[in-house]
Design a protein around this ligand. Structure first.
Ligand code: 5AD
Ligand code: SF4
Length: 444
C-alpha cells in the first residue's frame, strides 16, 4: 500500500499533547507520513478533550468542518482521546463520517487500527487500556518543541472530585518507574532539550510499583524522591504539573531549594475558597490546609511563583460562598489563575446535584474573579520591571519576527528583541515592561 499522510490535531491538556506525540512516533515507525496541514492529508486524527462541555462540542464541530471543507475525496477521520473513551460507539452515530474511535490507552495501536480501516473494515473501535509494558517512546522529531519536552510520570486519577470526568476518561492512577523516566530525561538532555515538564493529572501521588531508579534518593514521598532523581540528571530545567493540595508535601519545596534546576513554579489548583463547596467537590481538604501549603511555597528562600485553577458556579454555590473564593484569591496573590465556569459532566457525582446557579450568574462570578485576578496580576507582573530573569528562548514571538519568546523558570512568558541564533539557549533578559499575561525585556 502507498504511504498515507496523517494530520493530528490535539485539544486539551499536556497529557493529550504527549499522547499525540506517541501516536505520531508509532505512525512514523509504521511507514505513515506526518502532515502539518489538514488540507491534503489522507487521514485526520482528532485527539480530543472532555474536561468541559465546550471542549467536547469542539470535536463534533471540527468533524463537520473537515467533511464540508473537502470537495474531492474525503479524508479518513478518527476520533482519539478522552471523548472517544467516554462516548465510544455513539460517535459513529452522531458523526457518521468518523471511521475510527480510539480511547486514551490506544496510542500504540493506532497504526494497526488504521490498517484495518484501510483494509475495508468500517467503524473500527478500540477502548482498551495501554498494554502492560508498552513503551512511551517519543521521537525527538515529533515533539511539540525542540527545547521543551513533556514527560508523563503518572496517568489517570484516583481522586474522584465530584465535578471531574478525568477518573472516567483516563482511569485509575498508573505510575511509570523512575528508571524509565530518568532514562527519558537523560536521552532528552543528550538530544539538546533544555527543559522537561513532568506531567500527570496529580503528579504528587506518583507511586511506582517498584523502586527501580529511586534507590539512593531521599525524600518524604516517592514524588519528591523522583524530583531529586530527575534533577540529578543535570537537565537544565525541570518543571512539573499538576499538583494536588492534599498530596502536596512540604518536602517538594525543600527539593526545589536543594536543586537549582528544579524550577520555581508550582501549579496548585484550589477550585474554591469555601469549605462547604470544597466538601461538595470532595477535594479532601479545607481552605486552611490549602493556605498552609501556600505558606510553605511563599516562605521558601527561593521565590516560587504559584498558579491555580478555580471553578465558579458549582451547583449550590451561594453569593457568600463565591465571595470566600474572592477573598482566597486576594490572600494567595496567584501569579496566574485559570478560571472555569462549572460545566456539568455526565456520569460524575456532581451531575446528580441540582445546578441552581444560572448561566448569567456564572458569567458574573467569572468576570468578577477575573477582574480581581487581573488587578493582582498587574501588580505581580509590574514587580518584575527592572529585574533580570533567565529565559529559555523557545522561538519567535507571535507578534514579530525580530522578537523571540520564551519562559522564565517561574513559567512567565517573556518577549525580547534578539536574533534567531539565541533560540534554544537560556539567556538573561532585563524586564522593561509588564503586560497582562507576559513580560517584555531586553537581552543582556
Ligand atoms: N467544570 C468546570 N471546570 C472543570 N475543571 C475540571 N472539571 C471541570 C468541570 N466539570 C477544571 C478544574 C481543573 C481544570 C483542569 O479544569 O479547575 O483543575
Ligand atoms: Fe479531576 Fe480532581 Fe483528579 Fe484533578 S484531582 S483530575 S480535578 S478528579
Amino acid at each position: 500500500m502507498s504511504k498515507l499522510s496523517v494530520h493530528i490535531e490535539t485539544f486539551g491538556c499536556q497529557m493529550n499533547v504527549s499522547d499525540s506525540e506517541q501516536v505520531a512516533t508509532k505512525l512514523r515507525e509504521h511507514g505513515f507520513e506526518l502532515a502539518d496541514a489538514d488540507a491534503s492529508a489522507d487521514v485526520i486524527l482528532l485527539n480530543t478533550c472532555s474536561i468541559r462541555e465546550k471542549a467536547e462540542q469542539k470535536v463534533f464541530r471540527r468533524v463537520n468542518e473537515i467533511k464540508r471543507g473537502r470537495a474531492g475525496r474525503q479524508p479518513l477521520v478518527g476520533v482519539l482521546g478522552c471523548v472517544a473513551q467516554l462516548e465510544g460507539e455513539s460517535i459513529f452515530n452522531s458523526s457518521p463520517s468518523v471511521q475510527l474511535v480510539a480511547g486514551t490507552g490506544a496510542a500504540d495501536r493506532i497504526p494497526s487500527l488504521l490498517d484495518r480501516v484501510r483494509g475495508g473494515e468500517s467503524r473500527v473501535i478500540d477502548l482498551g487500556g495501554r498494554e502492560e509494558g508498552a513503551d512511551f517512546e517519543i521521537s525527538p522529531a515529533v515533539r511539540h518543541s525542540k527545547h521543551v519536552a513533556f514527560v508523563p510520570i503518572i496517568e489517570g486519577c484516583n481522586k474522584f472530585c465530584t465535578y471531574c470526568i478525568v477518573p472516567y476518561s483516563r482511569g485509575r492512577e498508573r505510575s511509570r518507574t523512575a528508571f524509565e523516566i530518568v532514562e527519558d530525561v537523560e536521552k532528552l538532555r543528550a538530544d539538546g532539550f533544555k527543559e522537561v515538564q513532568l506531567i500527570g493529572q496529580n503528579v504528587n501521588s506518583y507511586r511506582p510499583r517498584v523502586e527501580k531508579g529511586l534507590e539512593g534518593f531521599s525524600g518524604a514521598t516517592p514524588f519528591s524522591r523522583l524530583l531529586r532523581a530527575v534533577a540529578s540528571t543535570g537537565m537544565t530545567r525541570v518543571k512539573f504539573t499538576t499538583s494536588f493540595p492534599r498530596d502536596f508535601h512540604a518536602d517538594i519545596v525543600k527539593a526545589i531549594e536543594e536543586y537549582e534546576n528544579l524550577c520555581n513554579w508550582v501549579h496548585l489548583p484550589v477550585q474554591s475558597g469555601n469549605n462547604r463547596i470544597l466538601r461538595a467537590m470532595r477535594r479532601g481538604h479545607k481552605v486552611e490546609e490549602y493556605l498552609e501549603r501556600v505558606a510553605a511555597v511563599k516562605n521558601s528562600r527561593r521565590e516560587i511563583s504559584l498558579t491555580s485553577d478555580i471553578i465558579v458556579g458549582f451547583p449550590g454555590e451561594t453569593d457568600e460562598e463565591f465571595e470566600d473564593t474572592l477573598r482566597l484569591a486576594e490572600k494567595c496573590e496567584f501569579h496566574g489563575l485559570y478560571i472555569f465556569k462549572y460545566s456539568e459532566r455526565r456520569g460524575t457525582p456532581a451531575a446528580r446535584l441540582k445546578d441552581d446557579v444560572t448561566k448569567d450568574e456564572k458569567t458574573r462570578r467569572f468576570l468578577s474573579l477575573e477582574n480581581l485576578q487581573m488587578a493582582i496580576q498587574s501588580k505581580v507582573y509590574k514587580d518584575y520591571v527592572g529585574r533580570m530573569v533567565e529565559v529559555l528562548a523557545e522561538g519567535f514571538s507571535a507578534r514579530s519576527d525580530s522578537d523571540l519568546k520564551g519562559h522564565t523558570t517561574c513559567n512567565k512568558v517573556v518577549n525580547f528583541a534578539a536574533s534567531p541564533e539565541f533560540i534554544g539557549k537560556v539567556v538573561r533578559v532585563r524586564v522593561t515592561e509588564a503586560k497582562a499575561h507576559s513580560l517584555f525585556g531586553q537581552l543582556l
